[in-house]
Design a protein around this ligand. Structure first.
Ligand code: WT7
Length: 575
């Protein structure tokens, strides 16, 4: 262990903020302190849909803008009262299809106002929401719908061909947002359903432990797992919206994440609305000009994005930023991958803002380790655990280790937004808690002498490409479905822009030879079968993949070879 450590420090601006003393709040805060903020306190029941939208319509926020939906064509806005009625109609429409408490209702559609009203509407009737990223292709869609036994999916005409309904016997209804004209088997027209639905709805009041949302995410082995969160996650989503997003009454808040991923629900829907904030959603594609003009035109004050996006904006150049008026920005945050100190320094120069890193995962449901405005930032560190939680670095036996020792980043189980189940897979769930009951994140990190946490990498083979989590097994399985591929091993290869890119090593079946066309075909095969972001950017053909004697592909060896590093312990290798 080193004796002296010097840290670059970007001090707090000292401006007033919602969490004015981290240390004091950390020492005294108890989750019970905020129970009274929710209807649960008086009635014993809650509903996220009510707490996020309806509650505000009984206050001064009734006619406040809840949603600004902006795209290349302009903007649509909805007040809290309009969102209440819009989501009520959706809830009634689902009920008219026979959806009951606990049924799984999936959304597979672009970012439009309907998905926001639809998610709230489904929650109001006690259904479990399953969001799917719009870029998923048939294989990814089928895995998720079939594991969840989804009964309803809301989608569009353009996307419905990726839903293999003949193999999804539980799927009773496919609601088409733009479904006018001819409808096929099991299809329903959104417009007809909504037109017939009342604006008033009897909310299904549920317990804090009632399932709310199912996010599929990747591990290093097996198919994607369904991470289940409950309505009680609202406690933490609410308070982190207050402390970490630092939301205030007049804010225009923009989270750039898609609701197909957890950031786009926990912080693109729940946290801002639980805090009664004006939530801006940007549809359409990324470009530096589109993004900067969004901040300028809608006077965005709080902006939550990701390192890959900041790196892309950085590579677009300072002049690009300087052509826009970004002075509305008050608070900028980042999540999903390590935030490079270089990006923070650049943000100080160009945005005149500190970029506040936040660390959490699909499984945690909300922020766990953060930088809040009143804290000094140590560039390269993810910050400190939020009040009400405990994080630690533990060794492989589950014992806490001293500062600066690399180990497993772990959390004391029991925070409100913690996942409650892996759908259909209790054994997978238990695996997270094997080390003396700690929740083990799969990330390696160390803590410094002042309790700041420093991310070092993943312990397992999970790949983080542009902030999106990709399981190597899924990509390998897709590759070996192709007739040319005998075996495949997939790794993350470091990349300055994307964090990592996906690189595949494949061995070919007899009768196939390597050609540029074949490699391109394999990329396309993953792109069209799984998702564009899961497709390998590089493919290398090798004769034989390194494997253990039990036949497991040794991705670690492929990675070491790729990076020119020592191959490590090869005692379990085949030959
Ligand atoms: C993994 C979780 C819920 C956030 C979006 C991603 C990595 C997340 C950071 C950060 C370094 C980070 C970790 C984590 N990650 N935030 N601030 N610094 N790495 O959620 O898809 O469940 O991925 O993303 O490796 O385990 P996810």
């Amino acid at each position: 262990m080193q004796e002296m450590h010097t840290h670059e420090i970007i001090p707090s601006t000292g401006k007033p903020s919602n969490l004015s003393s981290y240390e004091q709040t950390y020492a005294t805060f108890r989750w019970e302190d905020i129970h009274a903020e929710f209807s649960w306190h008086t009635t014993g029941k809650v509903n996220m849909g009510y707490e996020a939208i309806d509650k505000h319509t009984t206050t001064h926020r009734r006619d406040k803008t809840a949603l600004i939906y902006a795209d290349d064509g302009g903007a649509q806005t909805f007040t809290f009262e309009e969102m209440r009625k819009f989501s009520n109609r959706f809830g009634n429409a689902f009920r008219s299809l026979g959806v009951q408490k606990g049924d799984r209702v999936f959304f597979f559609m672009p970012r439009t106002p309907e998905i926001y009203a639809g998610v709230i509407g489904a929650l109001k009737i006690g259904a479990i929401v399953g969001p799917l990223f719009e870029a998923f292709m048939e294989g990814a869609v089928e895995d998720r719908l079939s594991d969840a036994e989804a009964s309803v999916i809301v989608t569009t005409n353009a996307l419905k061909s990726r839903i293999p309904k003949e193999r999804l016997p539980h799927l009773k209804h496919i609601v088409l947002i733009d479904g006018e004209g001819e409808l096929e088997d099991r299809e329903a027209s959104y417009k007809a359903l909504i037109d017939a639905a009342s604006e008033e709805l009897d909310i299904e009041w549920v317990d804090l432990e009632h399932p709310m949302i199912l996010h599929y995410t990747s591990g290093s082995t097996g198919k994607p797992k369904g991470v289940l969160h409950v309505h009680g996650a609202m406690l933490q989503q609410y308070i982190t919206g207050h402390w970490v997003l630092d939301l205030r009454e007049d804010d225009v808040y923009w989270c750039t994440a898609d609701p197909g991923w957890v950031t786009g629900t926990s912080y693109g829907i729940f946290a801002p609305w639980l805090n009664g904030a004006t939530n801006l959603i940007r549809g359409g594609r990324y470009s530096a000009d589109r993004w900067y003009s969004t901040i300028q035109d809608y006077k965005v004050t709080v902006w939550y994005s990701a390192p890959t996006a900041f790196r892309m904006l950085m590579s677009a150049g300072d002049d690009d930023a300087e052509r826009y008026d970004l002075t509305s920005l008050r608070h900028v945050l980042s999540v999903g991958e390590p935030l490079n100190p270089e990006v923070i320094r650049w943000g100080m120069k160009v945005y005149k803002q500190r970029i506040h890193d936040t660390w959490w995962m699909t499984e945690t449901g909300a922020h766990m380790i953060v930088n809040v405005p009143s804290m000094d930032i140590r560039p390269g560190s993810m910050g400190k655990p939020i009040p009400g939680t405990k994080a630690a670095i533990i060794d492989d036996e589950g014992n806490e280790v001293p500062p600066y020792t690399l180990g497993n980043l772990a959390l004391q189980a029991g925070w409100p937004s913690m996942m409650r189940r892996i759908w259909n897979n209790p054994a997978k769930y238990e695996e997270y808690f094997k080390l003396k009951g700690w929740y083990v994140s799969g990330d390696s990190a160390y803590m410094d002498e002042d309790g700041y946490f420093w991310f070092q990498g993943r312990v397992d083979d999970v790949i983080n490409t542009s902030g999106e989590r990709v399981g190597p097994f899924e990509v390998e399985s897709k590759l070996v479905e192709h007739p040319a591929v005998a075996e495949a091993g997939v790794i993350g290869k470091p990349d300055p822009l994307r964090g990592s890119i996906i690189k595949a090593f494949v061995s070919l079946r007899e009768d196939y030879v390597e050609t540029p066309e074949l490699l391109e075909e394999l990329k396309q095969h993953v792109k069209t079968g799984l998702a564009a972001h899961a497709a390998p950017r590089e493919i290398e053909v090798i004769d034989k993949l390194p494997k253990t004697r039990s036949g497991k592909i040794m991705r670690r060896v492929l990675k070491a070879k790729e990076l020119g590093l020592p191959l490590g312990d090869l005692s379990t290798i085949e030959d």
